[in-house]
Structure formats: structure tokens, C-alpha cells
Write a protein that binds this ligand. Sequence first.
Ligand code: PLP
Length: 410
Amino acid sequence: MGAPELDVAAVRAMFPALGLSVHGRPLAYLDSASTTQKPKVVLDALVRGYETACANVHRGVHALSVAATEGYEGARANVARFLGGSPDEVVFTRGTTEAINLVAESYGRAHVRAGDRVLVSGLEHHSNLVPWFRLCQAVGAHLDVLPIDEAGALELERLDARLTPRTRVVAVSHVSNALGTVAPVAEIAARARAAGAVTVVDGAQAAPHLPLDVRKLGCDFYAFSGHKAYAPTGVGALWGRAELLDAMPPWQGGGEMIASVAFDAITYADPPHRFEAGTPDIFGAMALGAALEWLSGLDRAAVARHEAALLAHAEGLLDALPGVRRVGRAPERAAVLSFVVEGLHPHDVGTILDLEGVAVRTGHHCAEPAMTRLGLEGGTVRASFAPYNTFEEVERMVQGVLRAQEVLTR
Ligand code: PLP
């Protein structure tokens, strides 16, 4: 007997937005790498927080504030479980971008000096590149790049040469949002550690697809966004190794992040609160906790098989279309399919697909250097998959591409 199949119809029924029509067609949502749709349990958790525990956290003695604090800290425990860390190592942020800026501005400013080096990969989303670029510029450090090959895989054979005695930070995405490449993060982190550098992993695209264990990965920081993992927008998390967080200075200052304040001396709270200045997204965090519980409650191996099958189906159909070229052929890929159509701008293809009710992403996917490396200045069309997607939706996308060829080259 084979492994159990994912009950896709049951999953779809949990997502109110999947019943929408777009331009008179049923919505085929193939843009989950941008943001996922949200299951009803997550929307309910968000509303329930506001309806039953709407108060500020940590500083109230009244019942609602206690409920809000318990819910918020309970969500931190959910995130810790999801990542394989401990709750004290989980900082709530607005998302991946803010998490990486936090590491660059706090850990980076404290440890990266003039003449030091920061290594990023050639695949990075701008959010794991711009903060490092800015840090290097500010302190006089060098930004090095681990290049990608034509297939969109990291050129790991060049890693040792890029890891110099002055390399302080290696910043790499676990899964590329533009090409789907899965990076061998455990290997990179081990080699970085041996060279004396810390590894910062952008897990925005990995969190929804791969089982995670930050200790097994051996990285030092791991960032992800709730909204790409079935939670609301505006909340995400940074996991940091306890001993690193303990020694890090605050980034933003304000309420919540202090132990005591006077005009002549301030002491800061312990992590993670040291890094959470101001009122956080309390109910978003609770909904994130609910989303991760929901995701963990699915048969994740079955989800992975389903997403891989959707990807393989889409690849097979697109490969049979004249004038269509898939981009990103690294040996290990996750739930993302990028392609270009000869003679057509990706935005035009995306617009025709939208008229067919099919939502895809087009452009450079905030990974301009990777697009430039592959000679794709106009970017690509990107379809991305989630457990709620069907083979029929994939087929509709391929029909839409045919239609775009027909309409736009007439
Ligand atoms: N990193 C990757 C790989 C992404 O795909 C994205 C979003 O597309 C981000 C970082 C930025 O995430 P956010 O905008 O939620 O901070």
C-alpha cells in the first residue's frame, strides 16, 4: 500500500478565499510564494483574540491583559516548537525582512568591522541582501557573493574560497523564491562555522514547505514570515541562538524592551523582549501560532508529495509547449516554478492568466541579481504551489499560457 494521499478537497474547504471568482472564472491561486491564502481556523484565531482578549501585553494586571499575554507568549512557544528552538530564542517581528534587518543592525553592527566580510548567495531576495549591503557600506566591510550556476544552484565548490578569515556572516535563503532552489543550509552552516562565521538563514519560502529543525540545520539565525505560512500579514519571527541573542544590543528602543529606565541609565530586558520594542502584533502572533499548529497538523509528507506532484505536472506540460522555457533547474527545488515565454513580457503573460482567473507572480521577484545573472532582465512568470492547489488549476495555467501566446502574438 502506498503512503496516504493528501485530501486536497478537504484542505480547500478550509480556505474561504478559494471559493472566489475572478473575472467570472473560479480563482486558481498559484501565488502562494507571495502570500498564502488563510484557513478559517487562522482567521477565527485572529478574530477570537480581538473579541476575547483585546488588551495590551506584559504590563497589565487585569484579566484581559493576562489573557492577551498568555496568548501571545503561547504563540511564541508554538513558533519555537515549529522551528525546534526554545521560546526565549524566538523574537516576534513584522516578518522576514524585519528579522534580517534586526540581525544586521544588532549582531552585524556589533561584530562586523571595517575590512571584515559578509557573504551572501547569488539567489537572495532583496531582504537578505539590502540589509547586508547597507551594513557593509556603513562599517566599511566587503560584501562577497557565492554565485549561482545556469541552473540556479549555488556554486558550492566556490564556498571555501569565499569563506575568508575575515568573513563574519553568511546570509543564505533556505529556498529561493525566484527559482525554488533548495540550498544545502546544514552544509553551508557547518562550513561557515568552521571558518568562524555565523549563518543567517532566510526561511521565508522554506517554512511553508520543509520540516524545520534549527538545531539540526546548525544555523545561528533563522527568519520567516507568517503570511507565507498561512498566517496573517504583519507578523513573523526570528530565531536566534540563545548565546548570541544574550550578547546582542537592542535594535529599536521604546517600551516593552527595557528592565529599568532613568535619565542617566537604562537597563534592557532579556531576550527575546529586548528585541520587541513597542506594542507587538499581539493577535497576529496568536494567529501565527494557530497557523503553525494547523500546518503541523497536516500530514506534511503528504503535502510535500502533493506539491512535488503539482510541480512535476506543471513542468511536464510547460516543457511540451513550444516557446516556453523553464528557469531554475537546480537538482532540489520546492513548490516554485519560474518560466519565460519567448517574445512575451512576463507581465503580459500574467495579465492574460489573470483574465482566466489564474493568479501568478511576474517580474524579478525581488531577486534582481539572480535574474540578471540568468539574463532575465524582464524577470519570469512564477507559479507557486500549496496543499490547496489542484492538477486542474495547473492545467488551467498552461491553457492560459497557450492563450497568451495566441492573443499576444497574433
Ligand atoms: N525572503 C524570501 C525568500 C521571500 O520570498 C520573501 C518574500 O517574498 C522575503 C524574504 C520577504 O518577506 P517579507 O516581505 O514577508 O518580509
